[in-house]
Design a protein around this ligand. Sequence first.
Ligand SMILES: [Zn+2]
Length: 468
Amino acid sequence: MAAVADDVTVLHGGVVVTMDSGFRVFRDGAVVVARDRIVAVGHSADILLFYPRAAWKVDLAGRILLPGFINTHVHTSQQLARGIADDVDLMTWLHGRIWPYESHMTEEDSYVSTLLCGIELIRSGVTCFAEAGGQYVSEMARAVELLGLRACLTKSIMDCGEGLPPNWSSCSTDDCIQSQKDLYEKHNNTADGRIRIWFGLRQIMNATDRLLLETRDAAQKLNTGIHMHIAEIPYENQLVMQTKGIDHGTVTYLEKIDFLRSNLLAAHSVWLNTAEIEHFLKSEVKVSHCPASAMRMLGFAPIREMLDSGVCVSLGTDGAPSNNRMSIVDEMYLACLINKGREAYITGTTNPTVLPAETVLKMATINGAKAVLWDNEIGSLAVGKKADMVIANPFTWSMVPMHDCIANIVYCMRTENIESVMCNGRWIMRDKKIVNLNEEEVIASAGKRASDLLARAGINLPNRMNYV
Ligand SMILES: [Zn+2]
């Protein structure tokens, strides 16, 4: 019997990696999209029989169809700061480069920065991201709406802290909470439901206890998430131990004040001990592991231990000045390598079975969806879920031959293998062309704005070599 719906898109003839509850992979599979949702997943022969009059048929010709990747830690406002803080110590990074940069940013800078970042995210197959916190959420929302992406947007929130730029004093606790409630009111569930507004906390050194607890309560009341940098560097833990009188770091303290909840997305989470991993597990806190950024700035996170214990660990790129490459494809590869290397480093013996490809692919898809509290609608190719999908072309020098599709996706695939991206049932990149905006114009505008912004912020980068 033929289905009645004509107004559907049938993508067929591809390797369909569903990441569904059974982790099914269809060797010759098809997915049917009606408006913004997936209405069928199955073998190509069955689906084509069932939808003979589909309005659009896309022959994938053996390409790989995947759920859109979810990048759970992104600083869209920092995209124009790529390259301003390479190879510098952490205090220079923060006080000498990033804070002056961010505090001199205009609303239009934030808009263009988000567009540029969004282009790179889409090109690496990302359909949804979690913003770590910037100043101008309305501008981020404007850019995300145009790009066609899905996002959990967050304001950068600090109500205390030392060394902040003079033109950028921290706001009162009440203002911090109220401004986020206002943003929620204005932007949550906008852009056809693609934008959600979360609460932000920059890090524990910039948050009073009152801010922490009122953020916890406000987010719970609005049924939304909280995004916070947690246990990034040893200094953070040392300071918390000194000032709060506890025996370990940030997570121990957050547990003590009953802050940890299942709607908390803990970015980085590098310096955790065993007890703290248990706290995360018990409270169902989600983690964003950012391998490249961790290697540059932070250290080895206990990812294998967290995954073994059952903590939901997802993947993020962090911002451009911490990583430079905003590619979740690269992060998958790095997550495998770094955590295998860490094993040899801490145990004195190698263990290549740590973080296998299928685990890392889960981190970039279904775990990412859980981390952004959206797994009822995204993170896998399943009937009823939103049509957020990626087409990768494996017939290139980088991926041929393909004996094991899952291993090739994680170990061989490059950003350049991502060919088309659909979010919410609409193509946002088609055959490597960004659909909703003029990429060249954004690139030209971003270059000029970045130079102007650096000059305004008084940031002068030293010459590394003898320029003549
Ligand atoms: Zn960050």
